[in-house]
Design a protein around this ligand. Structure first.
Ligand SMILES: NC(=O)c1ccc[n+]([C@@H]2O[C@H](COP(=O)([O-])OP(=O)(O)OC[C@H]3O[C@@H](n4cnc5c(N)ncnc54)[C@H](OP(=O)(O)O)[C@@H]3O)[C@@H](O)[C@H]2O)c1
Length: 285
């Protein structure tokens, strides 16, 4: 039996349509559109291309977008912090993004934590992480939120089911585990020191793979009928592949996300979703 594909492109398109309509309604009620500000330091091609795709997605749904591209040689951490201070104080800026990589002399955590929590649309600062941990409302990281949206799009009830998260990074593994706990799932988090990963994975109703190892999770590890969300993005011989061995996993899973075309496209929309959330909080809507 072959799994049903959880199509990220299709879900992203549906979410964008809903967001566009919501932004239109907000614009009519408060005479203002959400505006986000993105910071790139240096000219890393992946970072600049990510910023260009943020701009396209933002403008596509009616969010205003501004980019500041600092010169890496002549910019200090204080220059970036000063800009964030200014952006924090502007009522017309609702979201701030700091793109990685930053130059080695800059501390990403210090910079991200300088963003006022309501404008932290990547959901990366300590206050938002704390809110996620404490079960409170907040702005949560985009990739984990995308993984959850895709999981929910399967239509399969999640409550009480066993989710195995492979990976414990601050960007994906930990926040996705916390989001799944909020859905009343039973969550196990695995990492590089986990003993007998295939055995642990075999107990899962849901597998979230976020370890950054191409094709690592094999179909034979997966229980028949489990749902598999592959967060991995790896370049192998010029092609994008996930952390799951898709060809074998598709034979065992009931639902599976592809790479590319799974979590990635939904992540881009989650950033805009967070911008709208921030806009509503800042406008007390
Ligand atoms: N789709 C998207 O929008 C999106 C966004 C962000 C990241 N990603 C992708 O998601 C993947 C994970 O990213 P990340 O930033 O979380 O990576 P990361 O910071 O490198 O963390 C990888 C995690 O996987 C664990 N791990 C590594 N090898 C393992 C193994 N053999 N068995 C079990 N666990 C293992 C590590 O364990 P330890 O903690 O013990 O080292 C670590 O917790 C990457 O492929 C990345 O490209 C996708």
């Amino acid at each position: 039996m072959s799994a049903q594909i959880l199509d990220g492109k299709l879900l992203a398109a549906q979410l964008k349509t809903a967001l566009t309509q919501e932004i239109k309604r907000l614009r009519e009620s408060v005479q203002e559109a959400p505006r986000i500000f993105s910071i790139v330091v240096g000219n890393d091609p992946a970072s600049l291309s990510y910023a260009a795709s943020q701009q396209k997605t933002a403008q596509g749904v009616g969010i205003q977008y501004e980019l500041r591209n600092f010169n890496a040689e002549s910019t200090t951490q204080d220059d970036v912090l000063n800009l964030i201070g200014e952006l924090n104080s502007y009522d017309h800026v609702h979201g701030i993004i700091v793109n990685k990589p930053l130059p080695a002399q800059m501390n990403f955590k210090a910079i991200i934590n300088a963003i006022t929590p309501y404008k932290d649309i990547e959901g990366m600062n300590l206050m938002n992480f704390g809110r996620l941990l404490m079960g409170e409302e907040g702005i949560f990281p985009c990739t984990p939120s995308a993984a959850l949206e895709l999981l929910k799009s399967s239509g399969v009830p999640l409550k009480g089911k066993h989710a195995i998260v492979i990976g414990r990074s601050e960007i994906v593994g930990k926040p996705v585990a916390l989001l799944l706990l909020r859905e009343d799932m039973t969550v196990t988090v695995c990492h590089s020191k986990t003993i007998d990963l295939p055995f642990v994975v075999h107990d899962a109703d849901v597998v979230i793979a976020a370890l950054g190892r191409p094709g690592f999770v094999k179909g034979e590890w997966i229980r028949q009928g489990a749902i598999v969300v592959d967060v991995g993005i790896n370049q192998v011989e010029g092609k994008l592949v996930g952390d799951v061995d898709f060809a074998s996993a598709v034979q065992k899973a009931s639902h599976i996300t592809p790479v590319p075309g799974g979590v990635g496209p939904v992540t881009a929309v989650m950033l805009m979703n967070n911008a709208v959330k921030a806009f509503k909080i800042l406008n007390r809507i």
